[in-house]
Write a protein that binds this ligand. Structure first.
Ligand code: SAH
Length: 265
C-alpha cells in the first residue's frame, strides 16, 4: 500500500511520500507560534490595517503588465506583502520593487514573481482543479512568494539555506493560515528528495547551471522555472519541461536574482 502524503491534498498522478522527519526535529513549522501577522498589522506604519487600496493598485498594475492568470491575480490580492517585510519599509511594500529582507537577501519584485508563477502554471497540466499539484520552491526568504504559491497550488515545499530567514518565514507563515506549506531548512541545491516528484519547481536564486537534483525530482510533465547563467554570462530565466524522453529548455528575458549558494548558513 502507498504511504499517505503529509498534506491534506491528494496528489494524483504523482507518487506522494511522507517527508522523513528526524524525531524532535525543529526544522518544520510545528507548534504554537504566536501569529506574527497580527503584530505586523499593527506595526506597519504608512500602510496600516487598510492596505487594500494600495494592494489592489499593485494587482491592477500586474494585470496591465500582462498577467492574465486570474487565480494568480487573486492570490496577489489576498496576501499582504507589507506583513512579510520590515515595518520600516512597509510603505514601499506595494511598489514594484525588490526590498531587503536581511542577511543580504531581497524579496523579489511582484511582477517577477507573477511572471515566474504564470510560466509554471502554463506548463503541461500537472494540475488539480486549476491548481499546481506539488511545488518545490528554492529560496524561501521571508516567505512572500511561498504565500502566493500556496494560493495557486495544492502543496508547497519551500527550502531556505539561511537559518535566520527560515525562522522569519516560519513566523510569517503560520501553519494555521498556510496549512499547505512545508518549510525546510537545508541546501536547496540538493532539492528535497523526500517530497519528490514535483509538478513544478521554482527558484528564487540563480546559479551557473540548473542543479541535477532539481531535474531528477521534477515529475514527467512537470515544469521548472529558474534564473540561470546563459552562455554570455548573463542571468536569464529558463523554463524546463520534463518530457517522457528528455527535457525541453527555453531561455527567456534577463533577470537579477541573488546567487544560489550551497550549504546551510
Ligand atoms: N522567494 C523569496 C525570495 C528570497 S531571495 C521571498 O519571497 O522573500 C532568494 C533566497 O534564496 C535567499 O533567501 C537565499 O538565502 C536563498 N538561497 C540561495 N541559495 C540557496 C540554496 N542553495 N538553498 C536554499 N535557499 C537558497
Amino acid at each position: 500500500m502507498k504511504q499517505k502524503p503529509s498534506f491534506p491534498a491528494k496528489v494524483e498522478g504523482l507518487a506522494p511520500q511522507r517527508p522523513q522527519l528526524a524525531s524532535g526535529s525543529s526544522q518544520f513549522p510545528i507548534g504554537n507560534k504566536k501569529n506574527s501577522l497580527d503584530i505586523f498589522a499593527t506595526q506597519a506604519s504608512g500602510v496600516g490595517l487598510d492596505s487594500t487600496k494600495v494592494r489592489e493598485s499593485m494587482v491592477q498594475k500586474l494585470a496591465e503588465q500582462g498577467v492574465q492568470d486570474e487565480m494568480l491575480l487573486r492570490a496577489f490580492s489576498s496576501i499582504d506583502r507589507h506583513r512579510f517585510i520590515d515595518s520600516a519599509l512597509a510603505n514601499q511594500a506595494y511598489e514594484d520593487t525588490s526590498l531587503p529582507i536581511g542577511f543580504g537577501q531581497t524579496i523579489s519584485k511582484p511582477n517577477v514573481i507573477a511572471r515566474m508563477i504564470e510560466l509554471l502554471r502554463q506548463g503541461k497540466n500537472l494540475m488539480i482543479t486549476g491548481k499546481l499539484a506539488r511545488v518545490l520552491e528554492i529560496g524561501t526568504g521571508c516567505g512572500y512568494q511561498a504565500a502566493i504559491l500556496s494560493q495557486v497550488s495544492k502543496e508547497v515545499y519551500s527550502i531556505e539555506r539561511i537559518h535566520g530567514l527560515f525562522e522569519k518565514a516560519k513566523e510569517n507563515l503560520p501553519p494555521i493560515r498556510f496549512p499547505n506549506i512545508q518549510l525546510i531548512l537545508g541546501d536547496g541545491m540538493l532539492g528535497f528528495a523526500q517530497g519528490a516528484p514535483y509538478s513544478a519547481i521554482i527558484s528564487a536564486a540563480g546559479g551557473e547551471k540548473i542543479p541535477k537534483p532539481w531535474l531528477d525530482q521534477l515529475a514527467v510533465g512537470g515544469r521548472l522555472v529558474a534564473p540561470v547563467m546563459n552562455e554570455n554570462g548573463s542571468q536569464v530565466l529558463v523554463v524546463i519541461d520534463k518530457l517522457e524522453n528528455g527535457y525541453k529548455e527555453s531561455f527567456l528575458e534577463p533577470v537579477h536574482f541573488v546567487p544560489l549558494r550551497s550549504g546551510v548558513a
